[in-house]
Design a protein around this ligand. Structure first.
Ligand code: COA
Length: 171
């Protein structure tokens, strides 16, 4: 292949700001479809804003192609963050971008003193990235969730013991 035919990727990871809002909405609509607002995790995100300082986008040659958001929550007695939505445009899947966004978001939350990064997602994708299963039905979401998909990166002592009760947005 001649050099000009090689696929070009100039990936940059940036902290989210308001200028990304519209394109993130499109990326999430494309990834999750119209039902996305009714999911239990989305209902927590409706309770208050996400933390932009812990939310990141990936751009390719200046175009935003992936996003991860983090929302501050109390999860039982733990002060943590809810990770999601995480979405990568279909054109850019399977290049490690999703994994890298998760890694960056977890490290940023850890630096900010978060005790736990929680999400509802596929264990085969997230467990190799440091997530563990939360005790079955220990956390109560504002809507139905599959308890086997509630995962956490514990970042303080005794986090699993404190993940009991309601999960809800915090300031
Ligand atoms: C899931 C998603 C974020 C992954 O992003 P990505 O940048 O394509 O993923 P990465 O390149 O980091 O990782 C790719 C690997 O994860 C695997 N993978 C992707 N989705 C997976 C899933 N749901 N369950 C298990 N493995 C999955 C791929 O098969 C690939 O495996 P390989 O490395 O062995 O080939 C992306 O596919 C996406 O936006 N999907 C639609 C929205 C979504 O489902 N978000 C997650 C909500 S839980």
């Amino acid at each position: 292949m001649s050099p000009q035919l090689l696929p070009k990727h100039d990936l940059v990871y940036l902290t989210e700001d308001a200028s990304h809002d519209a394109v993130i909405e499109l990326i999430n609509a494309e990834a999750f479809g119209p039902g996305r607002h009714t999911r239990a995790a989305a209902r927590i995100r409706e309770q208050g804003p996400h933390d932009r300082s812990l939310s990141f986008v990936c751009t390719d040659d200046g175009e935003t192609i992936a996003s991860v958001r983090m929302t501050p929550v109390f999860a039982g007695a733990a002060k943590g963050h809810l990770l999601g939505p995480l979405a990568v445009r279909p054109s850019h899947k399977n290049k490690g971008i999703g994994r890298e966004l998760v890694r960056i978001a977890i490290e940023a939350a850890r630096r900010k003193g978060s005790q736990a990064v929680i999400l509802v997602g596929d264990p085969p994708y997230y467990m190799p990235l440091g997530f563990e299963k939360v005790a079955y039905n220990a956390l109560e979401f504002p809507g139905p969730v599959d308890p086997g998909r509630v995962l956490v990166v514990p970042m303080a002592p005794d986090v699993h013991a404190r993940l009991k009760g309601t999960i809800y947005w915090r300031k």
